[in-house]
Write a protein that binds this ligand. Structure first.
Ligand code: IPE
Ligand code: IPE
Ligand code: MG
Length: 260
């Protein structure tokens, strides 16, 4: 499911004005939050917000692609979201099928490659079927990678990685010295993807809610007050613009600031 592909790390130039002077994040990850509050504000049931969210996913995927983003990871359902009322969970589980039925043809035309990460085995059969068929139908596409985090949780991911590594060590396929940062990264659920350069969370909360804790170690964080259904092309442009003005140091020194 997690096809290997090569992506160069580093600077990519966008042909568009928002990032003329700076870099475009190669991998953008988004915690799409605020659907329920968006609906409540309008006197609508929470699920109306989730329905509206699909339109935003479509628009943002298109805009991310236009800006030159190579990978877009979207947090769609967390391992903790099962705690919600049954009816809401059921509605959320129907969304992948609805989204893909409505938009898959367009995504194929856009050369988008759909991927998914998370414990997909716990999803209802119809959800899994929709996701699998989208992955298969787009696996040879070479454009933007649209990676859905579905029944994803960082703690569960780490537990899974540790279990697999211990198994390999006890089977003598791996020695203790082989357990490096690289090896751990390979056992995460996004082994073929570069770490996110930019994380966006909509909806005003300033937290990660168990999202990609390993991969976000040096990611630039951007929090927006907008509810996800209100987040639009301009909102993404603004986030990318802010990113392009940030200076990333990865623990080193800024360019040109050495003493010599
Ligand atoms: C994000 O919106 C969607 C999911 C977590 C599935 P919420 O449903 O969390 O909306 P708020 O945060 O309650 O407004
Ligand atoms: C994070 O949002 C999960 C997704 C967007 C899928 P939540 O709404 O579940 O996060 P908390 O509960 O506010 O931390
Ligand atoms: Mg929320």
């Amino acid at each position: 499911m997690f096809e290997k592909f090569s992506l160069h790390k580093g600077k990519t130039e966008s042909p568009h004005h928002v990032t003329k002077s700076g870099r475009v994040p190669e991998h953008v990850a988004i915690i799409m939050d605020g659907n329920g509050r968006w609906a409540k504000k309008r006197g609508l049931p929470r699920i109306a917000g989730h329905r509206e969210a699909m339109k935003t996913i479509k628009r943002i995927t298109k805009e991310a692609d236009r800006l030159g983003v190579k990978v877009l990871t979207l947090f769609a359902f967390s391992t903790e979201n099962w705690k919600r009322p049954k009816a809401e969970v059921e509605f959320l589980m129907k969304l992948p099928q609805q989204f893909l039925t409505t938009y898959l043809t367009e995504l194929v035309e856009q050369n988008v490659q759909v991927q998914a990460m998370g414990d997909l085995s716990r999803l209802p059969a119809y959800t899994l079927q929709a996701v699998k068929s989208a992955i298969e139908r787009t696996e040879n596409n070479t454009g933007l990678i649209l990676n859905f985090a579905l029944n994803y949780g960082s703690h569960a991911e780490i537990v899974h990685a540790v279990q697999n590594i211990i198994q390999e060590v006890s089977d003598h396929h791996l020695s203790l010295e082989d357990v490096t940062e690289q090896k751990i990264a390979e056992h995460m659920m996004s082994p073929a993807l570069p770490d996110p350069d930019l994380l966006i969370r909509t909806g005003g909360e300033i937290r990660l809610s168990n999202f990609m804790l390993w991969q976000l170690a040096y990611t630039e964080l951007y929090f927006s007050e907008e509810f996800w259904p209100d987040f639009n092309e301009r909102s993404l442009q603004e986030a990318v613009h802010v990113f392009s003005a940030r200076q990333r140091r990865f623990g080193g020194l800024a360019e040109g600031s050495e003493d010599s």
